[in-house]
Write a protein that binds this ligand. Structure first.
Ligand code: NAD
Ligand code: UDP
Length: 319
């Protein structure tokens, strides 16, 4: 049985990755320090013999006994309000954490995949974004802590590949959504749905003309799984090219939730990218992958999930 170590296992993507690898017959070792994650996301796995969990901060030396075949480094705050609240931890998990996991991969002769992001393109001047684009990042702005940590993460991963012949994979993940996102993580989908469920106004930042392209989690996990098992070591964009403005998206949420919430406008956060859409030609060729789940279907499933949460959780998410 192949063994895979997944960091960030109690988070949104990490917990879905744990499910996927268990389903595919792997032994899964989850690792998380729970800074933005929640054990509830993986509690259903604790009864399995093929699942282990380590409560550990990966910026500290990482020790795991025995063999490991694959490492997926997904630990990192991922929502702007999280990484603005814990900027130094964000820089550390992308840099020191990645260094520790690359060292572990080398010691175990394991293949490692890192969770990079569309944020390496910053506020992009090329649209849609191809993997060849070098990006437009404000290093000293408030988002820089995340963007630069991820850019460093890619650089050190390529350095280990070149210097040590380590088997590495780099996933550039674009906005992904679905069940197990934290209601109060501040990202636009839980924010809008939470507001609709609490009967509050929907807060669009700026004039809402900025765009995003949202990928449903099941599609994302399939793309990541294929990338890990591929023989391709250069970065691959994984996301859904269905681009929409945030204002139109807010209107979709009002329709989906059958509420008559008002849309109100708040200031645009500094360095908020004006447009974002993945060019997924590379993923199509290298992974024979493209997303299959429409925003309409994905958003219905996501809304059902948030509706099923308790009233207390909903009220807790107010901020
Ligand atoms: P999340 O916040 O739900 O999960 C991140 C997990 O990492 C949490 O469980 C958190 O407790 C854990 N963690 C953070 N620092 C840690 C540390 N030092 N040691 C151990 N665990 C730590 O976020 P997510 O959306 O699941 O994102 C997962 C990864 O995917 C991140 O690396 C993120 O940058 C990347 N990513 C996500 C998206 C997206 O749309 N969800 C887009 C691009 C990139
Ligand atoms: N946004 C918004 N209202 C909110 C939360 C987010 O208008 O309550 C906007 C945000 O300014 C950005 C987009 O929605 O333009 C996506 O934000 P998110 O935090 O989900 O992810 P990002 O792609 O910016 O990392």
């Amino acid at each position: 049985m192949k063994k895979v170590l997944i960091t960030g296992a109690a988070g949104f993507l990490g917990s879905h990755l744990c499910d996927k690898f268990i389903k595919e017959g792997f032994h899964v070792i989850g690792m998380d320090n729970l800074i933005t994650g929640d054990l509830k996301n993986i509690e259903h796995l604790f009864k399995l013999e093929t699942f282990e969990f380590y409560h550990h901060d990966v910026t500290k030396f990482v020790h795991v006994p025995g063999d490991i075949d694959y490492i997926l480094h997904f630990a990192s705050p991922a929502s702007p309000i999280d990484y603005l609240k814990i900027p130094i931890q964000t820089l550390k998990v992308g840099s020191l954490g990645t260094h520790n996991l690359l060292g572990l991969a080398r010691a175990k002769n394991a293949r490692i995949m890192i969770a990079s992001t569309s944020e390496v393109y910053g506020d992009p001047l090329v649209h849609p974004q191809t993997e060849e684009y070098y990006g437009n990042v404000n290093t000293i702005g408030p988002r820089g802590v995340y963007d630069e940590a991820k850019r460093f993460q890619e650089s050190i991963t390529m350095a280990y590949h070149r210097a040590h012949g380590l088997e590495t994979r780099i996933a550039r993940i674009f906005n992904t959504y679905g069940p197990r996102m934290r209601l109060n993580d501040g990202r636009v989908i839980p924010a809008f749905i939470g507001q609709a469920l609490r009967g509050e106004n929907i807060t669009v930042f700026g004039d809402g003309s900025q765009t995003r392209s949202f990928c449903y989690v099941d599609d994302q996990i399939e793309g990541l799984y294929r990338l890990l098992l591929s023989d391709y070591h250069l970065p691959v964009n994984i996301g859904n090219p269905g681009e929409i403005t945030i204002l139109d998206f807010a209107k979709e949420i009002v329709k989906l939730t059958e509420t008559d919430q008002k849309i109100i406008f708040k200031p645009l956060p500094q360095d908020d990218p004006l447009q974002r859409e993945p060019d997924i030609s590379r993923a199509k060729i290298v992974l024979d992958w493209e997303p299959k789940i429409s925003r309409e279907v994905g958003m219905k499933k996501t809304y059902e999930y948030f509706k099923s949460l308790s009233k207390e959780e909903l009220l807790k998410s107010e901020h």
